[in-house]
Design a protein around this ligand. Structure first.
Ligand SMILES: *Cc1c(COP(=O)(O)O)cnc(C)c1O
Length: 391
């Protein structure tokens, strides 16, 4: 019992509800599970001596990932940030451009835009999905941009708005139909930051396969991991070829000659990471099933706690429930920090949502629309232990 609060307090009820589901042992936010062929494939990879940028596991991982997501092509890279960087470049994003991204995202989205010499332009998110608010964005672009020679121009900066990158927050699919329509109507390229949403579907179709390209992360804290890793998904054969070329130093195929025809990147996923990835992909259905059960148990536990609810998959969507999220009632926002302190103090790892991008030092001067939706949402969000191993 926490002496600081009366037993009936809101905080104690939340902690009790979490404990009903996860038990009394300490729990981290998200840890990987290696229950399949991980050791076997890693040993096979070491025995082959092909641990680096070529090898059969990379090719297999790409084929398996394409099969799982339904994308025609998957290009495996060193991490999700690198995947975003290359996807943005291939969408034509260059120095002096602007790229629309949610203010409510992990910093990697904004960083990747900056690597291209472009400026992030922050857009608002909605409570229903935690993703880009399509209607609000449409109204904003109607007011603040004009079309010139087939390009969308930000009237106040005179710069081209080249791309829009929605993100599927904590694994919940954004309302992608409406977002796609905005991109199309304003002549803006659509890329999806699907770093968090492997195994999440919008109307039966895998997230990351709606835009020109989608990107995934296999960092250690994501739904499945390759240690570090990422991938680009696309249906376009030419984009896939170019992505593979750019991520392997843009070297022209030749038996011995080192000739590179553009400035390339050493972004190819190493074979040893892909070996881990192949085993993890085999486990993905079981991991997703466990995370669904965890969601249902939390849902039951929190049904009787007033003042807070558990985020559920948006309508007609399937979420991977990467990070389970509590949404505090507005009148309880002053309880968030106490809740964070009490849970972490009690061995239950919890985290708030990210500090919004426009509040971060490097991005303070970037253009942005009204962000009231995201600003009201962030103080209400808390991620709670979400590992598949808790089941
Ligand atoms: C994890 C993540 C990334 C970046 O992935 P890394 O593999 O860590 O580089 C990008 N965007 C979002 C929203 C993420 O959560």
């Amino acid at each position: 019992m926490n002496a600081l609060y009366p037993p009936s307090s809101f905080i104690d009820k939340v902690i009790a509800a979490i404990r009903t589901v996860i038990g009394s042992a300490p729990a981290v936010l998200h840890e990987p599970a290696f229950a399949g062929n991980e050791w076997l494939y890693l040993k096979e990879c070491l025995d082959s001596t092909f641990v680096s940028s070529v090898g059969k596991f990379v090719d297999r991982f790409e084929a398996d990932l394409a099969a799982f997501t339904g994308a025609r092509h998957a290009i495996a890279v060193v991490n999700g940030t690198a995947a975003l960087h290359i996807a943005l470049m291939l969408a034509g994003v260059k120095r002096g451009d602007e790229v629309l991204i949610p203010a409510l995202t992990f910093v990697a989205t904004a960083n990747a835009v900056s690597y291209c010499g472009a400026t992030p332009h922050f857009v608002d998110s909605e409570e229903r999905t935690f993703g880009v608010d399509a209607q609000k964005l449409r109204d904003y672009l109607d007011r603040c941009t004009e079309q010139r020679a087939g390009f969308c121009i930000n009237r106040s900066t005179g710069r081209v708005i080249r791309a829009l990158v929605p993100m599927h927050t904590f694994g919940h699919p954004a309302a992608i139909d409406g977002i796609m329509a905005v991109a199309r109507d304003f002549n803006i390229a659509l890329l999806e930051d699907a770093a968090e949403s492997l195994g999440s579907y919008y109307h039966g179709r895998h997230t990351g396969t709606f835009g020109l390209m989608g990107t995934i992360s296999f960092n250690g804290n994501k739904t499945i991991t390759t240690g570090g890793g990422g991938a680009i998904l696309t249906d376009d054969a030419e984009l896939a070829r170019h992505a593979r070329h750019l991520t392997t130093t843009a070297k022209l195929p030749h038996a011995w000659e080192y000739r590179h025809d553009e400035i390339g990147y050493n972004y190819r996923m190493p074979n040893i990471n892909a070996a881990l990835g192949c085993a993890q992909l085999e486990q993905l259905p079981a991991i997703l099933a466990a995370k669904q059960v965890l969601y249902e148990r939390y849902q039951t536990a929190f049904a009787s706690v007033s003042g807070v609810r558990l985020m559920k998959a948006p309508e007609h969507c399937q979420s991977n429930y990467w990070l389970q999220t509590l949404l505090l009632d507005t009148k309880y926002v002053d309880q968030r920090d106490i809740l964070l302190q009490s849970t972490n103090g009690a061995g239950i790892m919890t985290r708030p949502a990210w500090v919004l991008m426009h509040e971060l030092m490097p991005f303070r001067e970037c253009p942005r629309m009204d962000l009231a939706g995201a600003e009201l949402l962030v103080p209400r969000l808390i991620n709670i232990p979400s590992s598949s191993g808790l089941i």
